[in-house]
Ligand binder design. Structure first.
Ligand code: T46
Length: 138
């Protein structure tokens, strides 16, 4: 079942600053992390994403700066999330159309993924996404 969930990581702060620890197979990251990538130095005004995944689970964290994630679920429900602090995350599980936009100049969007990179898991055409959603077979 496709889902999007906002996450809040525990910040271990003291006089020296902040530290956040993230573990695989935990309540907030309910999968084994097989891949990590990060998006940075984005062109002003750019919109990335514009695709869905068939099965991939991911956690998105803007570890520097800020960006906005737009999500559309198979039932057509739309939501928007501003990630603007490293203790905030977004779990995107399965067939969710996503756009990333409004990146600040210093934005670094870190992504933890449940699988290695497989282009075959992407649905990059919006009409195909809607067809898959309607078929309900993913
Ligand atoms: C997603 C959002 C949040 C690789 O070679 N390996 C990788 O692990 C990834 C993620 C990408 N690539 C290549 C594929 C393209 O040639 O890097 C290039 C840019 O990828 P893409 O246009 O898919 O990037 P975004 O920012 O639109 O989407 C990415 C992820 O691909 C996607 O899974 O959910 O971030």
């Amino acid at each position: 079942m496709a889902a999007v969930r906002e996450l809040r990581f525990v910040q271990h702060g003291d006089a020296r600053g902040q530290l956040i620890a993230i573990e695989s197979l935990s309540e907030l990251v309910p999968f084994e992390v097989k891949r990590v990538y990060y998006i940075f130095d984005t062109t002003p005004g750019t919109v990335r994403g514009k695709h869905a995944h068939k099965a991939l689970k991911q956690v998105l964290i803007c570890v520097s700066g800020a960006c906005t994630i737009e999500c559309e679920l198979p039932d057509g429900g739309k939501s928007e999330y501003r990630l603007d602090w490293p203790d905030r995350g977004l779990l995107i599980d399965g067939l969710v159309w996503r756009n990333m936009k409004d990146f600040s100049k210093d934005a670094v969007l870190l992504v933890l993924a449940s699988e290695h990179y497989t282009e075959g898991d992407y649905i990059r055409d919006y009409a195909t996404f809607r067809e898959c959603a309607a078929a309900g077979n993913l």
